[in-house]
Design a protein. Sequence first.
Length: 344
Amino acid sequence: MKLLITGGAGFIGSAVVRQAIRDGHAVVNVDALTYAACLDNVADAATSPDYTFEHVDIRDRAALDRVFAAHRPDAVMHLAAESHVDRSIDGPGDFVQTNVIGTFNMLEAARAYWTAQGRPEGFRFHHISTDEVFGTLGETGQFTEDTPYAPNSPYSASKAGSDHLVRAWHETYGLPVVMTNCSNNYGPYHFPEKLIPVVILKALAGEPIPVYGKGENVRDWLYVEDHADALLTVVQNGAVGRSYNIGGENEARNIDIVQTICAILDRKRPKDAAYADQITFVTDRPGHDLRYAIDPERIRTELGWRPSVTLEQGLEKTVDWYLGHEEWWRPLQARAGGRLGTKA
């Protein structure tokens, strides 16, 4: 297939680009190269003759029309988004513009292209979203594809809005869409403002390791390369109009993640004191959802997909990657800056 992948220089998008090229697909990577994007993420894929990069912002409809006309993709995988909850608290406007208006532009550009091509049956618009649109869970239960939407942050609200637009374009215009909502991703090339890279890099620097609240918030952790594999499975085999929840089947409290990383570093990069001594509890994020958990039965039974990496394996692989790639993360730390999301 020829895949038009938006946000392909970001964390999850670049994993999809790399996997797609390895699988033999042609890729058109559309990315605006905002602060969290890095073309080094796709340096290996970029050597392939099947890879093309387009420096385009999804808020620019005319540029999107040009990209579709020039490259004639078989499918769209729409990952481009603002995704950091703390940033959405301080600056919600960027999230509405990119996640809502940008998705609207993508849908309209894709619809115009699909119509001009005679509405080919094989065309797909794959919208990639998050489990955060469902809000928060108590101590029990899991999100299914039928869970009502109840977003609690500007980020998750903007993603919920984009999900609804995609569904509406399918129902109203017949655009052949598939949709996915994933749990928390982690792994190589994770921008150093999210929990796991923050813990690793603060620990290595000998600085306080910040943990929001009491660290009791629970997430289902999905290794990013497993997620990329799942997304490529859905875009090729998912049923039109269908939504699939993608989870790692790895629930853990934030404090447990932090302590596990500290223990891994104690083994791999030992120092005089335990890394866990650097853990510092800080004021919680406003509206911090307590627990997310994914029920992955639909993608497992309909498409035969399951994650291949356990949380223990994934954290080991992730720590190893950051220890071996200082040349990648060091220049990006200044972009991440300090803590955000406290203004509320």
